[in-house]
Design a protein around this ligand. Structure first.
Ligand SMILES: [Zn+2]
Length: 117
């Protein structure tokens, strides 16, 4: 029983170690967009239209409102990393939770069930 618990403790420590190397994180999503500016004399309103862009746009929800930001290709690369890091963080947290639940069951089993004395 103890060795199983140790196994979970090791797994948990490994996950904590992964957290240490994690870079900055960002919520939201990144898309490549083309737009029209609305100026009737602009090429983007032509037939066929030649849209502006493509440019990168990052967006996320803040208090249920969508916030967007236009990005250069270099900036988009940073955001791509940050968004990927956040996904990684969420995977690590999910695994920590899973390991904790298994370890928790063991620990609860060790102290016995107070309802069945
Ligand atoms: Zn235009």
């Amino acid at each position: 029983m103890t060795s199983r618990l140790e196994h979970y403790e090791n797994q948990y420590r490994e996950l904590l170690g992964e957290l240490q190397g994690l870079g900055f994180i960002s919520p939201g999503t990144l898309v490549l967009r083309e737009t029209s500016c609305g100026n009737p004399r602009c090429r983007c309103m032509g037939d066929p239209p030649s849209f502006h862009g493509p440019y990168y746009q990052w967006s996320t929800k803040v208090n249920n409102k969508t916030v967007s930001r236009r990005l250069s290709a270099d900036e988009a690369e940073l955001f791509q990393d940050w968004i990927a890091n956040r996904g990684e963080l969420q995977r690590i947290i999910a695994e920590m939770q899973e390991v904790s639940a298994k370890a928790g069951e063991l620990l609860l089993g060790q102290i016995g069930n107070p309802g069945k004395t």
